[in-house]
Design a binder for this molecule. Structure first.
Ligand SMILES: Nc1ncnc2c1ncn2[C@@H]1O[C@H](COP(=O)(O)OP(=O)(O)OP(=O)(O)O)[C@@H](O)[C@H]1O
Ligand SMILES: [Mg+2]
Length: 294
């Protein structure tokens, strides 16, 4: 099956096109979010997609949105059979990969929780001994477990790379109360997911959430605990000091590190075997999460 990387219908134009999702209009309070099969890494979208990836991401997010009952989320309708026209005419674009959500005033910070040190966190720790202003113990090894979950927010840059910031930047922008709520909620959802996934032999190393204001109330939006937003490691193969075996985008990043692509120019297409392997990893994590949550 061909990957779905572009969605166009004659009746309406998308309001916005992100790296992975396209947003379509519903009414003044609602919109439709459709997850395409596009894949991005290092903030670049690849010309080819991963077949079914959008369906996998949407399915995983919806399972978590249903399960997490201690914070409100943006979902209004996840069943394609209840979608209005013109979307109902196009199951090939919207079935199993779209949701109708509450439009919120997005909070322009990525809310990241980390239980392990890896990725941009590892880089920053090697340079400074801290991540997003959180001081960490000396002598941590790559992929080591942290003594406790840390909150390491980042800016949501419209262009260019997201940048890790300290919580003080959030406090300046959102106030003490909302910044503390976001920190506590981010850690709470991460630890909730981490504890559940442990029973499936998965280590949830880190994850990123987005939140928005819905009539002044902070709600969970976008995607939740998916392989695009999280690092899932195979617990049985975990060994600090080594790059972990993962069920997420890390496979693509590791592959890209072996290519001459400079991460600063339009990327070349991903080779077919990398596409297939990534698809398998996403399918595997979906199967594990579905078994756990449904
Ligand atoms: N309920 C919501 N209210 C407002 N914005 C939302 C909501 N849910 C998701 N979004 C936004 O919709 C977009 C989804 O697109 P996608 O995930 O592809 O974006 P991205 O490329 O990851 O990030 P961005 O385009 O924001 O840099 C994001 O900008 C996300 O912040
Ligand atoms: Mg996103």
């Amino acid at each position: 099956m061909n990957p779905l990387t572009k969605i166009e219908i004659p009746e309406v134009k998308a309001i916005y096109s992100g790296k992975v999702r396209d947003l379509f209009p519903i009414d003044s309070e609602h919109m439709l979010i459709v997850s395409t099969d596009r894949i991005s890494a290092f903030d670049h979208i690849f010309p080819n997609g991963i077949p079914q990836k959008g369906i996998i991401l949407n399915t995983i997010s919806n399972l978590w949105f249903k399960k997490i009952d201690f914070i409100k989320n943006h979902i209004v309708e996840a069943n394609f059979n209840n979608f209005p026209a013109p979307y109902s005419k196009y199951p090939e674009f919207f079935k199993d990969r779209a949701v109708i959500v509450k439009k919120t005033k997005r909070i322009d910070f990525e809310c990241v929780a980390r239980g392990y040190i890896i990725g941009s966190g590892w880089k920053e720790y090697k340079d400074k001994g801290s991540v997003s202003g959180v001081k960490l113990p000396d002598n941590l090894k790559l992929a080591d477990k942290l003594p406790e979950t840390i909150f390491t927010p980042a800016t949501k840059a419209d262009t260019g790379h997201d940048e890790n910031i300290s919580i003080d930047v959030m406090i300046d922008s959102l106030g003490q109360r909302d910044a503390a709520f976001l920190r506590d909620m981010t850690i709470k959802i991460y630890e909730y997911g981490r504890d559940l996934l442990k029973d499936a032999g998965i280590i949830l190393a880190d994850t990123k959430f987005e939140f928005g204001y819905d009539n002044g109330e902070i709600v969970l939006i976008d995607e939740v605990l998916t392989p695009d937003s999280s690092r899932f490691w195979d617990a049985s193969l975990y060994s600090p000091g080594k790059s972990p075996v993962s069920y997420d985008k890390q496979f693509i990043r590791d592959y890209l590190d072996t290519t001459p692509w400079d991460k600063n120019s339009p990327p070349p297409p991903l080779p077919e075997d990398i596409v297939q392997k990534t698809k398998e990893k996403y399918e595997e994590i979906l199967a594990k999460i579905a078994k756990l949550l449904s």
